[in-house]
Structures are given as structure tokens and as C-alpha cells.
Write a protein that binds this ligand. Structure first.
Ligand SMILES: [Mg+2]
Length: 175
């Protein structure tokens, strides 16, 4: 159970995730979080480098879909800018959102990789659904109290991470 909290790989930014890595995992598609992964919270414009990274994935034949817990009013216009399908009100970490993504892409969860900035939603849910998972650093630190608690808990989880698990996590920004 414990291991469900830890990602298979970590990166500063999404564009450090290469098609080579995904292929080595047998991954054919990506499930992408939006807020603090592809852009800052409620920002309508993708972060620098995101569009080029999506284009690279497309060229490599990697399917992509957005899975966000945010409202359709936020998710739809952003996904449209990126030219991606989306699922809003995704209820991460529950499995059903991931399963809907797998259905929409027609790729089983085992061949999908979840990319997101939160351990308790993106990564936990992705691991439980059987996906590969990559944790990215939040683009901007959240100021809200609730979020600061969550981030402190995330740091604590890494602090108590079993050595074997910690050693197995790939650090993409150090490659
Ligand atoms: Mg997020």
C-alpha cells in the first residue's frame, strides 16, 4: 500500500519526460494534470516549453488526454488550446477517472503514464489504477493553508520513504 504514494520518476518540468523513457516503460499514452503541471493555477496559458513537448509526443505517436479535478469551465478552454481531449471533475485519486481516460484513448491503464504535481491525487490514483507515474515539481508554490499542509505531508512521505523505493525512483532532471 505504502508504495502507491511514490512515483516511478520525478522531474522539474514535464518536458524532461522523454519519448525514450516512455517507450522503455511500454507506455503508449499520457494522462496529464493541468494545474501546476502544465501551467500555474487557473492560468489560461500553457507554461513555456509545454506546447513543444506536446508536439514532440504527438510526432512520436504518444496519445495524450487531460485529467483534472478542476471544473469544466477551467479545463475545457485550456484543453482546447492544447488540442487535447479532457476529463474534468476527475475525482482523482479515485480509479474511475483514470479508467475513463484509458477508455477514451483505447489504451489499457498499464500502458499509460500519469503526469502530475500532487502525490495524494495524481500519483496515488495513477499507481492504484496501474499506470506509470511521474511527479513534477509544482510550477509555483501554493499559498493557501490547505495546500501548504498537503505539501508538508508530501515532504514527510518522502522523508519516510523506504530506501529500496527511493532508490528505484528515476530522477529525470539529473540525467
Ligand atoms: Mg495539479
Amino acid at each position: 500500500m505504502m508504495n502507491y504514494f511514490y512515483p516511478h520518476a520525478m522531474a522539474q518540468r514535464v518536458y524532461q519526460i522523454t519519448p525514450q523513457l516512455l517507450k522503455s516503460w511500454g507506455v503508449k499514452g499520457l494522462i496529464l494534470d493541468i494545474d501546476n503541471t502544465l501551467t500555474t493555477h487557473d492560468n489560461p496559458i500553457p507554461d513555456a516549453g509545454v506546447s513543444a513537448w506536446l508536439e514532440q509526443n504527438r510526432r512520436e505517436g504518444i496519445a495524450m488526454i487531460v485529467l483534472s479535478n478542476n471544473k469544466p469551465e477551467r479545463v475545457e478552454p485550456f484543453a482546447k488550446i492544447l488540442g487535447l481531449d479532457y476529463i474534468s471533475n476527475g475525482a482523482k485519486p479515485l480509479k474511475k477517472g483514470y479508467q475513463r481516460c484509458a477508455q477514451a484513448l483505447n489504451i489499457p491503464c498499464e500502458q499509460l503514464c500519469m503526469v502530475g504535481d500532487q502525490l495524494f491525487t495524481d500519483i496515488l490514483g495513477g499507481n492504484c489504477a496501474g499506470c506509470k507515474t511521474v511527479l513534477v515539481s509544482p510550477i509555483r508554490k501554493e499559498k493557501m493553508f490547505f495546500f501548504r499542509i498537503k505539501r508538508a505531508l508530501e515532504r514527510f512521505l518522502f522523508y519516510i520513504c523506504p530506501k529500496k523505493t527511493a532508490d528505484s525512483i528515476i530522477h529525470l532532471d539529473k540525467e
